[in-house]
Ligand binder design. Structure first.
Ligand SMILES: Nc1ncnc2c1ncn2[C@@H]1O[C@H](COP(=O)(O)OP(=O)(O)OP(=O)(O)O)[C@@H](O)[C@H]1O
Ligand SMILES: [Mg+2]
Length: 457
């Protein structure tokens, strides 16, 4: 998600930056052209005017002094310019010494084209406008052989241009910063629905099948949200149908199975008097019938959790007594080391607590090995640890050991359970607002840690 956000911000910022730069560039170019044209135009006009005034009554051929006067006259102080005049092989008579920018090219063109010519030139990094014109003899209108030049510094214009660039740059930077800020906010806005969708998908994956999202707008994202809702709906329907089916099937199986188990017990009792394989067959029949009954009972219990048809019958309980009762019922008292101080009272559903303890201790005895210990650690909540000294939970199974029907590879263990025990135990712990965690001890053996609040949450 962060990657997408970063990419959006970059795209936004680049777009905003490009537009700001383009706009600034266009404004700059326009302003510069306007400025230069205006300057050129006014310098050239002033020059033309002065040349015509100054040459009105000029003697022909002109004296050197007249050329000097002409050169001085076309370059008034306010223009920041140098004037120059030339006649025949008089050489350049100038008003100052800044005539270097006068290019041979300009002089050639004035002579050849016999008209006013101007150029913009850069000399030693400084910009100049150079203008030249031939002087026509007033009466005949023919070339007099006099040429007048003006070298006008565009220094002020260059400074103005720099100021313009600085202004554009100073304008663009804040805009860019603003754009990045805006992009961050906007990206957040664009990504919020994506994040919501991500969270909802996770919730759905975690089993919250009633997860739906609000559809806003009619864009692609809204369509995606609609599709998500429809998918969640279909999933919820399918799962609830499957759950109903399991519930119904288990319910239907219960009564005939109970009869089968009862008859199997009778047959086993009577079979001792029979010969051959029959006593063994009767024993197996009884065993398998018992397992089937337990499987169906577990399935029905799971179905009740799925249907939300479960509640707590809470009682004030002494933990030590509750643990002891659980062990006693299953004749495990001598099998297990108990380290639970008496007098710790909590409020919980004793029947559900018994189901949890029975499975955790039963697992430790069946899948683990002795010594099995049940110990109480207290904190804000009560924590009961059931530890054994067996091989520990198969590392491959560990992440999904609480899933339904998850058992270690049958070939590797002598597991004969259904794999529903821990799933039911966890549901029961959660119903109290508690949890169960599992880990393997470094020295071998599994530890299951049941955490329950003092009062159901
Ligand atoms: N203390 C333990 N040591 C090693 N493996 C364990 C331990 N407890 C559970 N397991 C593994 O986790 C699996 C799942 O346990 P769970 O209690 O859910 O099912 P089960 O004991 O096989 O059957 P059920 O409890 O339904 O009769 C077990 O089959 C076993 O492989
Ligand atoms: Mg079990």
């Amino acid at each position: 998600m962060r990657g997408l956000r970063a990419r959006l911000v970059v795209v936004f910022a680049v777009l905003a930056g490009l537009s700001a730069l383009t706009a600034a560039g266009l404004v700059y170019k326009q302003a510069r052209d306007l400025m230069l044209t205006r300057t050129e135009w006014s310098v050239v006009n002033e020059f033309r005017l002065r040349v015509s005034t100054l040459t009105e009554n000029m003697q022909h051929p002109p004296s050197r002094a007249a050329l000097q006067q002409l050169a001085n006259g076309v370059a008034p102080a306010f223009l920041d310019a140098t004037g120059a005049a030339v006649y025949g092989d008089s050489g350049l008579v100038a008003s100052g010494d800044a005539v270097a920018p006068l290019t041979p090219d300009l002089r050639r063109r004035v002579a050849a084209e016999q008209r006013l010519v101007y150029q913009r030139v850069v000399r030693d990094g400084d910009p100049y406008l150079v203008v030249g014109t031939p002087v026509l003899l007033r009466r005949e209108g023919t070339p007099s052989g006099v040429e007048v030049y003006l070298v006008s510094s565009l220094h002020t214009e260059a400074a103005d241009q720099e100021a313009l660039v600085a202004a554009a740059r100073n304008g663009v930077l804040p805009v860019l910063l603003l754009a990045v800020l805006f992009a961050l906010v906007a990206a957040g806005g664009v990504l919020r629905p994506v994040r919501d969708l991500d969270r909802a998908a996770r919730r759905l994956g975690a089993g919250e099948l009633d997860t739906r999202l609000k559809v806003t707008g009619r864009d692609e994202l809204a369509r995606l949200v609609k599709t998500f809702n429809a998918t969640a709906e279909a999933l919820e329907t399918n799962v609830s149908m499957a759950r109903r089916f399991v519930a119904d099937v288990s319910h239907e199986l219960r009564t005939p199975l109970a009869s089968i188990l009862a008859m199997a017990e009778v047959i086993e009792e009577e079979s001792a008097r029979l010969d051959g394989d029959l006593p063994e067959a009767a024993r197996l029949l009884n065993l398998e019938a018992g397992r089937l009954v337990k499987l169906v009972e577990d399935l029905m219990e799971i179905s009740r959790f799925d249907a939300g048809a479960v509640g707590l019958v809470v009682d004030d309980v002494d933990v030590a007594q509750a643990v002891a009762a659980s062990l006693r019922t299953r004749r495990w008292t001598s099998e297990v080391e108990v380290d639970v101080e008496p007098g710790v009272r909590v409020r919980l559903d004793p029947r559900r607590f018994d189901v949890v303890m029975a499975n955790l201790v039963g697992n430790a005895l069946r899948h683990g090995a002795k010594p099995v210990t049940v110990s109480l650690k207290k904190a804000q909540d009560i924590v009961i640890e059931v530890a054994d000294a067996g091989p520990g939970v198969d590392p491959e199974l560990l992440p999904r050991v609480f899933d339904r029907f998850s058992k270690a590879d049958a070939a590797r263990t002598r597991s004969d359970g259904s794999g529903l025990g821990l799933a039911i135990a966890l549901e029961n712990a959660r119903l109290h607002g508690g949890s169960i965690e599992v880990g393997n001890r470094p020295g071998g053996g599994a530890v299951f840690r049941l955490t329950l609040p003092r009062e159901p949450r």
